[in-house]
Design a protein around this ligand. Structure first.
Ligand SMILES: Nc1ncnc2c1ncn2[C@@H]1O[C@H](COP(=O)(O)OP(=O)(O)O)[C@@H](O)[C@H]1O
Ligand code: SF4
Ligand SMILES: [Mg+2]
Length: 320
């Protein structure tokens, strides 16, 4: 059974400018032990989608629907209390974007890692701290880090602490939202190695969110490319990187210097759309070099190309 099955997930926000359609009918599954990379430019809805899975939603949500199936439960339809008791941190946890800079400065690291065990599990403090030390060890930190305050740690160490926090209740799936964006390249590589180790040794499933497709390729078994609130292409990391099908994926790869050292990176012409008034039809059509009449009128469905690979583009329809 998939550890996560998302069907037609939507998340819209109410704003002064109107409705912002941050997540628009997104569907995919994550299998046990699999790492799925979610890739797309800033503002395409990656964080919104992750929050919709965790149901950590801001107060101005206007539409939240579809299905988020975890362990036979639909998170979208559960009460907040049930999500807290059965799902969040226990089955699915998340390393929030920027979490390493949001650690509580006046509480020792070990207690911050142990906190959910004390609060949600009613575990006694000593026992919870023991588990926290184990998790710190698991992420490559010496046990004495448990007694330190966040300001005594380097950026890389703080990032390991927030990963330990996400692991403390032994979830099957961890969502990592840009976990290395704030770190320099050498530290970034160490964190990527840690994530690979956790995946390999614990069979942990991961959703790895990044704006950097090269980074995603380092860890991910499959890659989903997001554009303007939608998944426009999903397939094995190899398929998506070596043979991108969606015109946006092709542009994104051409704009990535590290994958094509021999070629000058291109810029994607135009800007991503305002999600308060996304383009009619295909949301990529104002920037697409292959745009056809139909693209301006009708939104393309997900066409299956090869086995298990989906592309949201009319070029892959019967008449395409
Ligand atoms: N609470 C909110 N209220 C209104 N708009 C929001 C809110 N959170 C995010 N957005 C908007 O939703 C869109 C997607 O944002 P986000 O999910 O943060 O994208 P990403 O993580 O890919 O950068 C953006 O246009 C952003 O401005
Ligand atoms: S549906 Fe049309 S506009 Fe959209 S990506 Fe495909 S060819 Fe381009
Ligand atoms: Mg984000």
């Amino acid at each position: 059974m998939a550890v996560l099955d998302i069907v037609n997930l939507r998340l819209y926000y109410k704003t002064l400018r109107g409705t912002v359609r941050a997540v628009e009918r997104v569907s995919y599954r994550v299998e046990p032990g699999e790492a799925l990379g979610i890739v797309g430019e800033s503002g395409c809805g990656k964080t919104s989608m992750a929050n919709a899975i965790m149901r950590t939603l801001p107060s101005n949500v206007e539409v939240y629907d579809g299905h988020v199936i975890v362990d036979g439960h639909d998170v979208v339809r559960m009460s907040e209390e049930e999500v807290r008791r059965k799902i969040r941190w226990r089955k699915v946890s998340m390393v929030f974007q920027g979490a390493m800079n949001a650690l509580n400065p006046v509480i020792r690291v070990g207690l911050q890692v142990a906190e959910p065990l004390i609060i949600h599990e009613g575990m006694d403090k000593r026992e919870a701290l023991e588990i926290a030390r184990e998790k710190l060890k698991l992420v490559g930190l010496p046990p004495e880090v448990s007694d330190r305050y966040p300001h005594e740690l380097s950026g890389g160490m703080k990032q390991r602490v927030v990963i330990a926090m996400a692991l403390v209740m032994n979830p099957k799936l961890v969502i990592l939202d840009e976990p290395t964006s704030a770190l320099d390249v050498s530290i970034q590589a160490q964190i990527m190695n840690l994530l690979k180790k956790l995946k390999r040794e614990m069979g942990l499933s991961m959703i790895f969110i990044t704006h950097d497709i090269a980074l995603a390729s380092d860890l991910s078994d499959r890659i989903a490319v997001m554009y303007a609130g939608q998944v426009v292409e999903i397939g094995s990391a190899e398929q998506v990187l070596l043979e991108p099908k969606h015109p946006y994926t092709q542009k994104l790869l051409a704009a990535t210097p590290r994958l094509r050292a021999d070629i000058t990176p291109e810029f994607i012409p135009g800007a991503p759309p305002d999600l308060a008034s996304p383009p009619q039809g295909c949301r990529f059509h104002p920037r697409c070099p292959y745009v056809m009449d139909r693209c301006r009128r009708e939104e393309p469905p997900d066409f299956e190309v090869d086995g298990g690979r989906y592309v949201k583009c009319w070029l892959y329809g019967e008449e395409g």
